[in-house]
Structure formats: C-alpha cells, structure tokens
Design a protein. Structure first.
Ligand code: COA
Length: 162
C-alpha cells in the first residue's frame, strides 16, 4: 500500500480501496453492528468473489482493516447498492460521503449509468447521505422492514443517474 493512497478528510487519514475476501470477518462484524439481520463472514466471502459485485472499503488511520464498506451488484449499465455501513466509531464524521463518491466513480468507470438502492424510511443519516448525493425517491414498499420493536417501516427506493 502506498502512502499516496491516503488522504486527509475531516482530520483523519482515510483510504478508500477495494475489499478482498481477507476482510470478510471484519465486514461481518461491522454489518452485525449496523443491521438486525446480519450477514455472516461466509456470505461476505461469497459476495466478494462474484464478478458482478463491486465492493469498496473505508480504511481509517492507516489501518489494514476496514471501518466501513459499500457493496453493489452490477447488471450491464445498472447497479444496486446492496449494503453500506460504517463501524459506530467511524460514523458522524462525513466519511460515508467520501466512500459513496469513490464507489460511484468506480461504477461509472465500469459503465454503470443508473444506480438504485433501498433505504428504511426512518433512517435519517442514510437518507441525508443519499439525497445529498443526488439520489431521488422513485417508489415505496409499504411495511417492508420489520423493526425490532415489532412495528414495520416502508422501504424507499431511490435512483441516481451517474
Ligand atoms: C448510513 C451511514 C453509513 C452514514 O454514515 P455516517 O457516518 O453516520 O453519516 P455522515 O456523518 O457521513 O453523515 C451523512 C449525512 O447524514 C446526516 N446525519 C448524520 N447523522 C444524522 C442523524 N442522526 N440525523 C439526521 N441526519 C444525520 C449528516 O449531517 C450528513 O448529511 P449532510 O451530508 O447533508 O450534512 C451510517 O450511519 C451507518 O453505517 N448506519 C448503519 C447502517 C445503515 O443504516 N446503512 C444504510 C442502509 S440503506
């Protein structure tokens, strides 16, 4: 890894780079802290070997282990963002925007023109992140997500051209 891969963002040294199967265990940990239905390390390993999966990691303070990730599946000129999460200690510093920007750049370089995603209606940081990056709501699935307290929340489908 070259020093030039790192950049300073909000007083932290960050690097955004491709993820490998060796990161699978850490990705499963981050996922488990972010979502109620966790993906295990095997699922990450499988996904990271798929040719149509694009995965970028956020690395902080020269660490070799990621503090966040974003994963998309590409189909010709469209891609769906399957999951985005930052470890709790990495949140609230604007790093998710840097991660998403870099990821969208790699998708665009690969020929993707439209990017889709789904987000829970009450997820304010995620909605702010996507709206700020030009994603617009194109549909809703009522009651799609089951919350831990037994209530249900709608999924908002968003799209952005890149
Ligand atoms: C979604 C997630 C990646 C965003 O990363 P983050 O570090 O928390 O957010 P950032 O500090 O980068 O801020 C992103 C935006 O959300 C806003 N924001 C952050 N926390 C917020 C909160 N509690 N309420 C409202 N807005 C909030 C920020 O102001 C920023 O908006 P701006 O760009 O318009 O200023 C992170 O919160 C996370 O991993 N959450 C758990 C997993 C998840 O929900 N993933 C998304 C599934 S679709």
């Amino acid at each position: 890894m070259r020093l030039s891969d790192w950049l300073f963002h909000r007083d932290a040294a960050i690097r955004i780079g491709r993820l490998a199967t060796s990161h699978a265990a850490r990705l499963a940990e981050i996922h488990a802290e972010a979502f109620t239905r966790p993906w295990d390390a095997m699922e990450f390993e499988r996904s990271l070997t798929e040719r149509n999966i694009y995965a970028d990691g956020l690395f902080l303070d020269r660490s070799a282990e990621p503090a966040g990730f974003i994963l998309s599946r590409r189909a010709i000129d469209e891609a769906e963002i399957l999951s985005v999460a930052l470890a709790p200690e990495a949140r609230g510093r604007g790093h998710s925007g840097a991660l998403l920007d870099r990821h969208l750049q790699s998708l665009a370089q690969a020929g993707v023109r439209s990017v889709f995603l789904e987000v829970e209606e009450g997820n304010r940081p995620a909605l702010a992140l996507y709206r700020r990056r030009g994603f617009r709501e194109i549909g809703r699935r009522q009651g799609y997500y089951a919350r831990p307290d037994g209530t249900r929340a709608s999924a908002i489908t968003m799209r952005r051209q890149i």
